[in-house]
Design a protein around this ligand. Structure first.
Ligand code: PHE
Length: 365
């Protein structure tokens, strides 16, 4: 069971932590709680849709603490000790036993132990990741759980049918029309069977969410009655918002520019009208790798130094000589709100070179 959680605000980051200050700052933003923000609009629509389908059954949470124990995030959910999501290179660790939640599912067993039988959770989740138009180390998810007690239908097929019909109605409500849906088998440590729902939209199959029946081990961790079963699903908000609002770059969700924020109104899905797109420029950086080097650490350093002026970091070239490996990366700079000057970009690039050499101990070429 989970122990007392460290308080994020006001505490010093432990020296063993891999959370940079720029990421810690994001925990204060809570984009999903801001009126008229696309992520808030979508969250509200999903909540309303579930409430309309199952009146007064679900509890809704949208401000649970982002720092969770590894027990909550992984162990209770049967995530194997060697699963990639536990790696220091993939997850933000506060200390050995606390992480910035990598998914909203991290709260499930705590709420189950508190006796909750049906709930919807929205919040920001954190994963160390590459940088491009659709990847950002912070994004938002909506998760839900529905437990059926011993008196209700326990048949697995009926539970799966209930899960699928709930999610099909949700998709219709969100896309505001009959959309073509397909179910593919999924795999998650905490559910069996597991499914992914895909929606046909603008000529492409879009992976919308993961779901399944909670495994007995998870229900046990949640102290759920032996005779009860339940389903769960989890859905990422950014990818969905990007197609619905036609938002071309994931960084725009974090924009403070009124030309972005003014465009959206609660309750409505409207198409984003691009305001002038500022020119991009790129700089390459080449170095010999070190023991300390890891790709995600590099991406994160770039992001820490350059903030949201970085649009993309791409590995251009790799070669080997005398047991050494050299990487060349192209960093594409573009601001969402203004033109960057050449001097300014040079300065950022110099700072990145300096920091990468110092912290990751690579040899610049
Ligand atoms: N937590 C999973 C993810 O982040 C999604 C999920 C939630 C899948 C609940 C099944 C059940 O990808």
């Amino acid at each position: 069971s989970s122990e007392a959680v460290v308080n994020l605000s006001g505490s010093l980051i432990p020296s063993s932590s891999n959370i940079p200050p720029s990421i810690l700052e994001k925990t204060r933003e809570k984009l999903h709680l801001r009126p008229n923000h696309p992520l808030h609009i979508l969250k509200k629509m999903i909540e309303k849709s579930i409430e309309d389908m199952h009146p007064r059954e679900f509890s809704f949470y949208d401000d649970l603490p982002q720092l969770v124990s590894t027990t909550d995030c992984f162990d209770d959910l049967l995530v194997e000790w060697n699963h990639p999501s536990r790696r220091y290179t993939d997850t933000y660790y506060w200390d050995e036993s606390h992480v910035l939640r990598t998914h909203m599912t991290a709260h499930d067993t705590t709420l189950l132990r508190a006796g909750k039988k049906a709930f919807v959770l929205t919040g920001d989740v954190y994963r160390r990741d590459s940088i491009d138009k659709s990847h950002y180390p912070v994004f938002h998810q909506v998760d839900a759980v529905r437990i059926f007690d011993r008196n209700t239908s326990q048949n697995e097929h009926k539970l799966i049918a209930d899960l699928k019909s709930t999610l099909e109605s949700l998709a219709k409500n969100i896309f505001q029309r009959e959309v073509q849906i397909r179910w593919v088998d999924g795999e998650f440590p905490f559910t069996y069977p597991s499914f992914e729902m895909e929606v046909f939209w603008n000529g492409n199959w879009l992976e919308l969410l993961g779901c399944g029946l909670l495994k007995r081990g998870v229900l046990d961790a949640g102290q759920v009655d032996k005779n009860s079963k339940g389903w769960a699903f989890g859905l990422g908000l950014e990818r969905l918002a990007m197609v619905l609002f036609e938002i071309p770059d994931i960084r725009l969700f974090w924009s403070k520019d009124e030309r972005f924020l003014q465009q959206f109104r609660d309750g409505k899905i409207t198409k984003f009208k691009p305001y002038s797109k500022y020119p991009s420029c790129y700089k390459d950086i080449t170095f010999w790798l070190s023991e300390k080097f890891h790709e995600n650490a590099f991406y994160e350093l770039v992001r820490t130094v350059a903030g949201d002026t970085v649009e993309e970091v791409a590995l251009l070239d790799e070669f080997h000589r005398n047991n050494k490996t050299s990487h060349c990366y192209r960093i594409v700079y573009r601001s969402m709100d203004r033109s960057l000057t050449n001097d300014e970009v040079d300065e950022i690039q110099d700072k990145i070179r300096e920091e990468v050499a110092r912290r990751l101990e690579v040899i610049l070429r």
